[in-house]
Design a binder for this molecule. Structure first.
Ligand SMILES: [Ca+2]
Ligand SMILES: [Ca+2]
Length: 492
């Protein structure tokens, strides 16, 4: 049976394109795309120097073979809106997609997105054969988007019969808040029981097939998204005795405005104070590092398969995450914030046409993935893209300093990351300003310091001008603030 299907497929393709052989010849010269998403991956990679205990040989190798952007920021510090932004090429402030949204509803009842071509769809429309498995959009992908879909296993399992440590409710009001999958421990027994392992197998099998068009292959890995469960051997790689903890200052949030505190109100998550008292902090850090090493291994299996395939030299690789993750910084274990550890995430390009062994520290955006891939593949730029292609920055040695990254969380709450500062402005006009050279931990809020009046003025000029109301299909019910904001601003 397996020998028959490719021939049937080949026959179908010949029939479909039989009339235009020369056009097909042009198309096949385009590079393939290997699009790798890693969920909730912060900068704890060896190549990003984000944590001294990080062990990520495969992603480090990929970075050394391509361009690593060390200062890339998500457009929203939450899976759904971040991925909707990457896939539409539009800012959350342009679409009103500030919260979660079903993959099939991104284009529904929304003038900004109604006729948008999703990133993989654009490739499909340019003659690419598209495939995808795992978490690419928030769930997997809109129905029928890929020519070939491997789907997505439900949730973030497998899970043990009962949780190890964290019940998912914390100190929250169970009626008002959602339940987090957050928990940590060694489980299951084997890698082969992890959905990410299956996703890698699915991709590897397809990297050994023949294609009549260039292909777009998307794979979305689930770890290190919570629960922080991976087999014991990944924990053993990070012995508890040597684990270093991230920086934390107990009174740090005394100088942030009320909206910042509302956004950071996450009682279902472990608080840093709890983690200190219970002695669990090093164990949570160990579990996250274990998950990162596991996913690095799965990424490595896919990259090795590409390297050993006939597509090794004509494939563009991009590896990204949808946002960072706080492991105790600013009082909690969560993404959900406009601060650096929640917005900064890895972005690596490698392969056909990409310079080798370059690290770029300019602030950049995940929104740039779409136009950058188009340019690297020699496809026409898409005039709907709001992001800026990074190809010029990758290839030039000039010191370009006009790059900025904007992260949006809820309506009209933005962070602007420039080379030297992070300026945050909340919907009520209050904000935060941090000197990213002198104060990496973002402890000292300079918003009210008269010496920084000009910096704030300059940062304000970079904020999005359009702030769309919440799209009716998008919501975030995990935190009362977002429920309240959507209800209030929808009435205005
Ligand atoms: Ca995520
Ligand atoms: Ca502070």
């Amino acid at each position: 049976m397996s020998k028959i299907i490719p021939w049937l497929f080949f026959g179908f393709v010949c029939l479909s394109f039989g009339g235009k052989p020369e056009q097909k010849g042009v198309e096949i010269t385009k590079p393939n795309v290997l699009f790798i998403a890693v969920d909730d991956l912060n900068d704890w990679l060896g190549c990003m120097d984000g944590h001294p205990n990080a062990i990520t040989p495969n992603m480090d190798k990929l970075a050394s073979q391509g361009v690593l952007f060390t200062n890339t920021h998500c457009q929203a510090p939450l899976c759904g809106p971040s991925r909707a932004s990457i896939m539409t090429g539009l800012r959350p402030s342009s679409t009103g997609i500030y919260g979660m949204i079903a993959d099939d509803e991104i284009k529904s009842d929304n003038k900004a997105t109604a006729d948008i071509q999703f990133l993989p769809e654009y490739f499909k429309n340019q003659g690419y054969y598209t495939m995808g498995i795992g978490k690419l959009f928030h769930n997997h992908a809109p129905d029928g988007l890929f020519d070939e879909s491997g789907g997505r296993s439900k949730g973030f399992g497998p899970k043990p019969e009962s949780r190890f440590i964290w019940d998912g409710y914390g100190t929250s009001d169970r009626e008002k808040y959602g339940r987090t999958s957050t928990d940590w421990g060694a489980f299951p027994a084997y890698d082969s029981l992890m959905p990410d392992d299956h996703s890698a197998d699915w991709v590897i099998e397809r990297l050994n097939r023949k294609y009549n068009e260039p292909f777009f292959m998307g794979v979305g890995f689930l770890r290190p998204h919570v629960p922080l469960y991976v087999p014991q051997k990944w924990f053993d790689m990070h012995p508890l005795e040597g684990i270093e903890l991230p920086p934390y200052k107990a009174d740090d949030l005394n100088d942030v405005p009320p909206v910042a505190l509302k956004i950071n109100d996450l009682p279902m998550m472990p608080s840093t104070d709890w983690a200190i008292e219970s002695g669990e902090w090093p164990k949570i850090v160990q579990a996250y590092l274990a998950c990162v090493s596991f996913v690095d291994y799965e990424v490595g299996r896919v990259l090795d398969a590409l390297e050993n395939s006939e597509y090794a030299d004509n494939t563009v690789i991009v590896l990204w995450s949808d946002h960072g993750y706080r492991m105790g910084e600013k009082g909690t274990f969560a993404k959900h914030a406009l601060w650096e550890p929640a917005t900064n995430a890895p972005l690596i390009f490698a392969g056909a046409g990409v310079p080798k062994g370059k690290k770029i520290h300019e602030p950049t955006e995940m929104l740039s993935i779409y136009p950058t891939l188009l340019e690297l593949c020699g496809l026409p730029q898409y005039d709907r893209n709001e992001g800026r292609s990074l190809v010029g920055l990758m290839k030039s040695n000039a010191d370009e300093s006009d790059y900025v990254a904007i992260t949006t969380y809820g309506m009209n709450n933005h962070a602007v990351r420039t080379n030297d500062f992070r300026y945050i402005q909340y919907e009520d006009g209050l904000g935060e300003l941090y000197d990213e050279n002198a104060d990496l931990e973002e402890y000292e809020n300079l918003f009210d310091d008269p010496d920084y009046k000009d910096v704030i003025q300059d940062s304000k000029a970079l904020l999005p001008v359009v702030n769309k109301k919440w799209n009716e299909h998008s919501q975030y019910t995990f935190q009362p603030y977002f429920v309240e904001q959507k209800a209030r601003t929808s009435k205005e």
